[in-house]
Design a protein around this ligand. Structure first.
Ligand code: ADP
Length: 423
């Protein structure tokens, strides 16, 4: 039976992996599930991260899915619930960070929680309640132009207060710097003043580690993935290489990439420059009815025995915009995702057992096509991106090593480095 203690709910897929990765590095054995499982937890782990896709859906739906996840996690033994959102506090005017936090508090009978997206390892810091991305405020970071969740106010107390009926306060850096006791005192003060959610400043991992003990008895923690580094110690868990142990890797290896982010474009270029085989997918040929999946698999099959191959639709912004102009943004995206997912499934059917997937949405599509529902989290390749191990329906139930890289993560040599990490 499992001894699971920490139950996490993530509002998107690669964000779930990012959180799971931080928990593993802090010593927890972690499984990530794709959606809320319909069966009990089978693995022997310390934490489970349920990956939802609830960031931009209607608040009522996000609440329903999150409560569902919470109920399942509690049934598996979770002593504390962690609601994980993006380190840039991605939310719409209606939510969903505020409404989901509030609903979880109600369900857990909790009268106080924290909220902080601080993730210093990825240059997300919070000071006086203001969120910085690198050296600039959130609303100057590019996030003000995000197509779905434009963030135009860097003051998280204001942003969160606009999304909730509960009173929002601040635990500022002068308190956090003094340690867990000071944080506990401040929480007592805020509670007495009727505050139910407090944004917490943190500019370094030391701040997050000082914060951790003060969160020990809190039924609900809401945060980005950063706060996770301070929680395992509350359960008597210390960093250990055992936490990231996965079954031995074998089989053929491949990469599929549907991400068009700047980092992924560099990674594709870098892989091609190593002289390894790479095949580009043209969305317009898919739209014209060509069986691009069959073409890609026929191309890959004879090459796989010699090492990893790359199949990619990754393109520069200009090319993507041109395709989107002709096919429509959503249609182009969905069509390419379907094709890459079918190629991933075909590659696994050909014996690929080590698969790198680049792109957040692309990863969601691939995992679905592979028939994966749970992934054990393994060693980190680059910050935020670990190897995982999953039983895949596409491999007739056999294990596949997978890594799901969100667009802007990973160094330039990620596509070659990844396989070296697995060796
Ligand atoms: P990221 O993590 O970089 O944001 P995603 O996979 O989440 O990557 O999103 C990339 C989106 O772009 C997907 O919907 C994908 O299908 C789509 N896409 C990929 N390649 C192209 C292309 N060449 N033209 C148009 N859209 C594309």
């Amino acid at each position: 039976m499992s001894k699971m203690v920490l139950g996490c709910i993530a509002d998107d897929f690669t964000g779930a992996t990012d959180l799971a990765n931080n928990l593993v590095r802090a010593g927890m054995r972690v499984v990530q599930t794709i959606g809320v499982p319909s069966t009990p937890l089978a693995a022997d782990v310390d934490a489970v991260v349920v990956a939802l896709k609830s960031r931009t859906i209607a608040p009522a739906d996000a609440i329903a899915q999150s409560l569902d996840a919470m109920t399942w996690l509690q049934a598996q033994g979770a002593q504390q619930i962690y609601f994980k959102y993006c380190s840039t506090f991605d939310s719409t005017a209606a939510g969903n960070i505020g409404p989901v936090s509030e609903a979880l508090m109600d369900a857990l009978g909790s009268d106080f929680t924290i909220a902080t997206p601080a993730f210093p390892d990825n240059k997300r810091t919070v000071f006086k309640g203001y969120l910085f991305v690198g050296d600039v405020l959130l609303n100057e970071s590019g996030m003000q132009n995000h197509p779905l969740t434009p963030m135009t106010d860097p003051n998280l107390v204001r942003v969160l207060q606009a999304q909730t009926t509960r009173k929002v306060g601040l635990i500022d850096h002068t308190v956090v710097a003094r340690g867990a006791d000071a944080v506990r005192e401040r929480i007592a003060e805020l509670r007495a003043a009727g505050v139910a959610m407090a944004v917490v400043d943190a500019v370094s991992n030391d701040d997050l580690l000082r914060l951790g003990p003060a969160l020990a008895a809190m039924p609900l923690v809401t945060a980005g993935s950063g706060v996770a580094i301070g929680l395992p110690a509350n359960f008597g868990i210390a960093p250990s290489s055992k936490a990231s142990a996965l079954p031995a890797a074998g089989g053929l290896s491949a990469i599929v990439s549907g991400s068009c982010s700047i980092a992924t474009n560099r990674q594709v270029m870098n892989f091609i420059q190593t002289g390894r085989p790479a095949m580009a997918i043209d969305p317009l040929r898919i739209a014209a009815g060509v069986d691009v999946t069959a073409e890609a698999l026929a191309w890959a099959e004879p090459l796989l025995a010699d090492g990893p191959v790359l199949v990619y639709s990754t393109a520069e912004t200009g090319a993507v915009k041109s395709v989107q102009g002709r096919l429509g943004v959503e249609e182009a995206g969905a069509m390419v995702e379907r094709t890459i997912a079918a190629i991933a499934r075909g590659l696994v059917a050909l014996g690929v057992r080590q698969l790198v997937v680049a792109g957040g949405e692309t990863s969601g599509a691939c995992v679905q096509a592979l028939g994966v529902t749970q992934m054990q989290i393994g060693p980190q390749i680059d910050p935020g991106v670990p190897w995982c191990h999953a039983l895949a329906e596409a491999a007739d139930g056999a294990g596949v090593h997978l890594t799901l890289k969100s667009g802007n993560f990973g160094a330039d040599d990620f596509f070659t480095k990844a396989f070296a990490v697995l060796e």
